[in-house]
Design a protein around this ligand. Structure first.
Ligand code: BG6
Length: 483
């Protein structure tokens, strides 16, 4: 297998990813308002995180308040990314750092200055920024005041934010992702990270309160916001390029029973295809019209919305890929968990400690599936393994991470050989960050280790893991040397 892996296409964008709420910390400095992630208390694999709309640090620990303090370490961190040879760095701009409550008419200059600094550092090392506009960093007051994305007013507040950063960073940022994992709202999990649709205090990942009417209204509002942002962005700078970002949980039928195959197709349409179809093809697909009717789901589509969605299509497709799951009509089969949804256990796959199944071949399958459907350039904007790294005398021997990434990169190369137009790869994560699902630091993904534990203790010193040196070699050989 290894012999067949030649180098990747010239100009391939190797890099890494983070998100502001998981990495920056500095949650209340220089005018930043609290955001949704700042209200999430720490949890674990067995104890779901909760949202407390009244933030009370004397009672709870909120991991995003410190993150890994990238806010004060960004120069050091970007120097490490450059040392690895990054060509691209995916980051998000924290909405509540720029518009603390979301409703202001003028942006917070101190927040913009912080990102000026980040982009200047990236430029110094010739690293292309790839910016996620919304990655769970909704100003908390939009959650408490207007119930988040379920309210159409959110579209205008978001566009004000988008306009401010488009105007400030035109000529600096070319690649934009309007929403991280926009398809989260096809599951109950989307209720929390897309804004305030659950009762505070009772909120957790088992999403016991769910109102599909509001959830799909929120998703529709995001589709409209995305399309309007694309149209506005192109006016501001015609060289801007926009991408969708789908949490792609590829699904296989557990058996070849036609009922399993049909159910798998339906799950795939709903979770993986629907949002990409809207953002790339510019229209609600036929199967969703039926889905809404059969499930008695109603939300408002205003005059002009569908036209805007049609005109504001994105230019490229990006997705996160961590696992695949199986689907079956059978009851009582072994289950595994997952990112936005779990599924039936695949007997041929191993899983991580957090029960996410590892499936490199599934990545080649997925890349072919996506390219066949959309025929636009593709980037994998998240992929990686959450693991408990062991720190030994300043060293972290993360051979499991190297193995995970190597096997996925091999499959990327094979997909390119198949003819897929894969243009970039930003594994999760460039540096250790707080885990979204559990709020732990112990579930680590980075190439760079940060001395910080689940309780926020540690001196935040950065250390290069074995995977850091390995990835450096992968990038310098343009994917030719994966050993
Ligand atoms: C993706 C998110 O869903 O999964 C990231 O975009 C997140 O923000 C990543 O960190 C991994 O999930 P977790 O729960 O292990 O942090």
């Amino acid at each position: 297998m290894q012999d067949k892996i030649k180098s990747f296409p010239e100009g391939f964008l190797w890099g890494g990813a983070t998100a502001a709420n998981q990495v920056e910390g500095a949650w209340d400095v220089e005018g930043k308002g609290p955001d949704l992630a700042d209200a999430m208390v720490a949890g674990s694999h067995s104890e779901p995180r909760k949202i407390t709309l009244n933030i009370d640090e004397s009672k709870y620990f909120y991991p995003s308040h410190r993150g890994v303090d990238h806010y004060h370490h960004y120069k050091e961190d970007i120097a490490l990314f450059a040392e690895m040879g990054f060509k691209v760095y995916r980051l998000s701009i924290c909405w509540s750092r720029i518009f603390p409550k979301g409703t202001e008419t003028e942006p917070n200059e101190a927040g913009l200055k912080f990102y000026d600094g980040i982009f200047a550092e990236l430029k110094k090392y010739n690293i292309e920024p790839l910016v996620t506009i919304y990655h769970n960093e909704m100003p908390l007051s939009l959650v408490t005041e207007i119930n988040g994305w379920a309210d159409r007013k959110c579209i205008d507040y978001y566009l004000r934010f988008a306009k401010a950063i488009f105007e400030r960073y035109k000529g600096v940022v070319k690649y934009w992702i309007p929403f991280n994992e926009i398809n989260d709202l096809t599951t109950g999990v989307g209720n929390w990270n897309h804004g305030g649709l659950l009762n505070p205090g009772t909120v957790d990942f088992s999403h016991q309160v769910d109102d599909p009417d509001k959830r799909y209204a929120a998703l529709h509002n995001q589709f409209v916001a995305s399309a309007k942002a694309v149209l506005m962005g192109r006016e501001i700078d015609p060289s801007f390029r926009f991408g969708t970002m789908i949490c792609h949980i590829t699904v296989y039928p557990l058996t070849c029973h036609p009922d399993d195959v049909l159910l798998t197709q339906q799950e795939d349409q709903l979770r993986n295809r629907f949002s990409g179809d809207v953002q790339v093809k510019g229209e609600y697909p036929y199967y969703m019209q039926r889905y809404f009717e059969r499930n008695n789901i109603h939300f408002t589509v205003e005059d002009g919305d569908l036209d805007v969605i049609k005109k504001g299509c994105v230019d490229f497709y990006t997705f996160s890929y961590y696992m695949t799951n199986c689907i079956t009509t059978q009851k009582d089969v072994a289950q595994v968990s997952g990112n936005i949804m779990g599924g039936a256990k695949n007997p041929y796959l191993k899983a991580t400690e957090w029960d996410w199944q590892i499936d490199p071949v599934g990545l080649r399958y997925t890349l072919n599936h996506i390219y066949d459907r959309y025929h636009v350039p593709i980037m994998i904007t998240e992929n990686g393994i959450g693991a408990r790294d062991i720190f030994e005398d300043g060293k972290i021997h993360d051979s499991y991470r190297i193995e995970y990434l190597r096997r996925h990169i091999e499959q990327m190369r094979l997909a390119i050989d198949d003819g897929v137009d894969l243009v970039g790869y930003t594994p999760w994560t460039a540096i250790d960050v707080v885990s979204v699902s559990t709020g732990e630091m112990g579930k680590r993904y980075g190439f760079v280790y940060v001395d910080c534990d689940d309780k926020g203790q540690g001196d935040l010193k950065r250390y290069r893991k074995d995977s850091f040196y390995w990835y450096q070699k992968v990038i310098s050989s343009n994917g030719g040397d994966l050993e």
